[in-house]
Design a protein. Sequence first.
Length: 665
Amino acid sequence: MAKPAEGRKRVVIEGVEPEIDAGRFPIKRIVGEAVTVEADVFGDGHDHVGARLLYRHEDDADWQMLTMEALGNDRWRGEFQVEKQGRYLYTIVGYIDHFDTWRSDLIKRIEAEQDVRIDLENGALLIEKTARRAGRSHAAQLLKRWGKVLHEHSIAAEAKQVALDPELAAVVAKYPDEVLATRYERELVVVADRERAGFSTWYELFPRATSSQPGQHGTFKDCIARLKYIAELGFDVLYLPPIHPIGRSFRKGKNNAVTAEPGDVGSPWAIGAVEGGHIAIHPQLGTLDDFRALIAKAKTLGIEIALDIAFQCAPDHPWVHEHPEWFKKRADGTIQYAENPPKKYQDIYPLDFESSDWKSLWDALKGVFVYWIEQGVRIFRVDNPHTKAFPFWEWVIAKIKLEYPDALFLAEAFTRPRVMQRLAKLGFSQSYTYFTWRNTKQELTEYLQELTGTELKEYFRPNFWPNTPDILPEILQTGGRPAFVSRLVLAATLSSNYGIYGPAFELGEHLPIKQGSEEYLHSEKYEIRQWNLDAPHSLRDVIASVNRARRENSALQSNHGLYFHPTDNPSLLAYSKANHDKSNVVLVVVNLDPFYTQAGWVDIDLAELGMDTQESFQVHDLLTDVRYVWQGSRNYIELDPSRLSAHIFRIRRRVRSEKDFDYYV
């Protein structure tokens, strides 16, 4: 084995966290959040070791440096904040700290009353070397004076005092000798996104179902009229299924019938017709100017428009005729339509990512994103990204975010865990999850602990949906209004990103097309539905209260502070969320049984919430505005689902006023 290029580097750096797949993929943060980095940094022998964390935004030439804190057992920690959108780089430098080693040994010799004259001389030499590294700075002048004292007064008390002065140690630490330092072999990456990547409240709406006239196709102008309602519910992202022309060939009928009847409107996901493809608008929805007007009006209400991107084509899509090489062919020469045997989807042609003309295909798909970005869209929900090539997503998302760092991408991929995780690593800002099918206390607890307590928390941002146009879960089919309330509260408080498909959700749409199916009867995917938004059974008030609680409590705007508290009833799930300094704490208790009243004792870990175990405190229910005073960690809960199946408590602590009376904040 050959000698290394530099064999005098004695420090080892390993066990770096966070680091995804040996640095192959970036971690994710929101602007303003911290990146906490830990590593094992150690050297041979008894010399002391120092470690520094280096970081910079990719647009900056110079590295920022900070000294890492020793945690013990050779583990070190450092932390920096991401202050603007884009990509940050970080790495670690470890070095032998000769000065700290000398100072530590000097203290021991002085305590042992040994002769330290030569040791002080040695220290003077180290200080003089540091002064040279400090250049012409004020620190260099200080270091020279200190070094002179150690030279000229090597046996004086003054010299010992200078040698052990914490100020000297602090100055020397700013100018470490890194000639023989070990730099970690990789520069790791952080993608810093804007706030909405980490905290968002989605409402899915079919634009064609917004007309006030029965049976009439809705328009963007009708959507504009609906915006006030959506804003009152407290949503900040309005997600629209595909808005493009719908194919006529092999169009599906109501309830996914293979043959369409006259007047059937087809599925918005069968994209493309004579009017155009992925950069065209369905003519019955309106014009491009109408769409821009919708974006502008939504913005005045604090709402962003998210657009569905489904990279698939109806047989009538212009690409089918212009670029037949982008599609798979069957043995008889016809284009292969989508299948999930035994199901057939003749109204959709998948794109072939193994096409010999794949480069042009990639450019065209990137062009779709760029076109809608130029119209003002910055959020995209991507349909079935797991059925497209992984390398494409890594390339296209990186390309777009380089020019438009505020662009966000939600991966709609209900598939195998490794595939979902890979998509998140490749750049998707948020991800659909298995929450829709997690119902029991054990299922929810284990799943959330996986999402928030493992490496997933570094790159996988969950977005919880109780329902979608494709998924009517069994709990909503059978559980009635209490199930809708409990699933709403769980989604909105367990995850900082969540959404509902409305108005189906707030109006309690629960009938499947057949028993055992998760497909809606009279699915909006295939027909125009009319919705009575003023129906007395609507959950609009509950939804508005839940979303208000999210907006007003920073604890619910992140997934970092989630903690589960024990209960003695398996039907009661209790958990809390706290912000970074625990000045805002929310406790949620949910009755998972939609049919019966459930009661029990909740054991709150007050220490985890930064509270004294003996103090009394107020719990303020943000759904009912009722307040209770609790004492100690063990408290009784009873939830009747016929009234309300959940509590969202803001914990308020007791303080003493200047006028000597108590109140809660």
